[in-house]
Design a protein around this ligand. Structure first.
Ligand code: SF4
Length: 439
């Protein structure tokens, strides 16, 4: 905008917008008796939706990871002009939609899409994973959301045909960090990138967020239940969907099943996948999906760390994690006061774990912890996230300064989510300050 000379055409179309009317370019006609190519039925089941107008359907073009080559864009433009007119629509699920398709044209349209590599079935199913750019191109990315999405799509695609319909209907959404551009908070199975430290190495992880709801206008946000090494996510997803398939009651949604299991059982399901094997035993855990480089450090600044098995910080932050989990359980039980208090306590414990990396003698009093945290990590901006700046620290500082007088479910839920982000920021700060190389 600053350097290009102005062109009237950029905005000229805006005055015509109120008169815009989308109309079909082909006459409505039923599919009856038209010969169908191989693969058509599966595609028809998942990618074609009836419009209100008889004889017309909407077709979803399923784009793996939302990707489309420049050549495919030209080819798609030709196909769209032939069957749908000048309009295509992009969806928040990273697909493309063609409207006003005459049903009788579907077999030819399918052949045309297939010929240019855009005829994949499975739109809106478990293989149709939404993912933000993550570490591929986003400078805020912590883990490879696209790498993981590609791996999950490959694995789930191999067995998609044999999965029960209830599993096929699940949504998986992945973000490369907490910012949720991949919409992880409204997925049945949501994942967002973070990292954990194992000795002197950094291990890419994903926080698992279960029970979000994309229907009813994103009617419910899922809650984080544990951070799992990136390389363990596919097998955890397998475990979750297999259990859901085996245990669900007739007509039971994923959200209801997760609610019926309860946080303790959900945590027990996730826990075995949270372990990080030693580098010498399995170095693959120390690189991300789609990236063969191993994360590590040449010099972490404090010589003893190389011999450190479990750091004091690791032990203390795990206490914060436990208390955060107790908050989730209390929320499940409808005990909102305990849930809110536990969320606050988990932030205090995380802050204390961080403070003790600099000042071992800090006490247990909330005022002491908060003041030391403020002086050492907030005022110095050491705790600041490159994107969110001091936002995560303010979750603790605000709650400490202004304890709520009335606690309801929403308030407890919100503080639990804020505590999750505060704890994640604590891990990141500790890794930054104490010498782990962040690639
Ligand atoms: S969620 Fe994070 S990594 Fe993904 S695009 Fe947004 S800011 Fe970048």
């Amino acid at each position: 905008r600053k350097t290009l000379p102005h062109d009237e055409r950029w905005t000229a179309y805006l005055q015509d917008v109120p008169n815009y009317k989308e109309e079909p370019i082909r006459p409505a006609a039923a599919l009856n008796g038209v010969e169908k190519p191989e693969g058509f039925e599966a595609w028809y089941q998942t990618n074609v939706y009836q419009q209100r107008q008889a004889g017309y359907v909407t077709v979803t073009i399923n784009l793996p990871l939302g990707d489309l080559t420049a050549r495919q864009m030209y080819q798609l433009a030709d196909i769209a002009r032939q069957y749908a007119g000048d309009n295509v629509r992009l969806t928040v699920e990273q697909n493309i939609v063609l409207r006003w398709i005459s049903e009788a044209d579907l077999p030819d349209l399918y052949r045309a899409l297939k010929a240019v590599g855009l005829g994949d079935a499975g739109a809106g199913t478990i293989v149709d994973i939404t993912s933000c750019p993550g570490t591929d191109t986003c400078k805020l990315g912590i883990a490879s959301s696209r790498g993981l999405a590609g791996e999950l799509r490959r694995r789930l695609g191999e067995k998609n045909a044999s999965l029960p319909q209830a599993v096929k209907d699940l949504k998986i959404k992945i973000s490369g960090c907490f910012n949720s551009c991949g919409q992880h908070h409204i997925a049945d199975i949501g994942l967002f990138g973070n990292s954990r430290r194992a000795g002197n190495r950094k291990v890419p992880h994903f926080q698992v967020v279960l029970g979000g709801k994309w229907r009813d206008n994103a009617g419910n946000y899922g809650l984080a239940v544990g951070a799992v090494p990136a390389k363990s996510v596919p097998i955890l997803v397998d475990t979750i969907i297999n259990r859901y398939a085996a245990e669900r009651e007739k007509g039971e949604s994923f959200q209801d099943w997760i609610g019926r299991l309860g946080k303790v059982a959900v945590r027990e399901m996730v826990q075995p996948f949270m372990n990080i094997p030693p580098f010498e035993l399995d170095p693959s855990f120390y690189s991300d999906w789609g990236d063969t480089r191993v994360y590590g450090i040449a010099d972490i600044g404090v010589g003893e760390c190389a011999g450190e098995v479990v750091s004091l910080f690791s032990m203390e932050i795990s206490k914060a994690e436990s208390v955060h989990f107790e908050a989730l359980v209390a929320l499940d039980d409808g005990d909102y006061i305990t849930a809110e208090n536990k969320a606050y306590e988990s932030m205090l414990l995380a802050a204390r774990a961080l403070v003790r990396t600099q000042y071992l003698d800090v006490g247990n009093e909330p005022n002491d912890i908060v003041e030391e945290f403020r002086t050492r990590f907030y005022d110095t901006q050491l705790f600041f996230d490159p994107f969110a700046k001091g936002k995560f620290a303010s979750y603790l500082l605000d709650r400490h300064a202004n304890p709520p007088t009335k606690i309801d479910e929403d308030k407890a839920h919100r503080l639990i989510e804020e505590a999750r982000l505060f704890i994640e920021a604590t891990y990141a700060c500790e890794a930054r300050v104490n010498g782990v190389i962040v690639n």
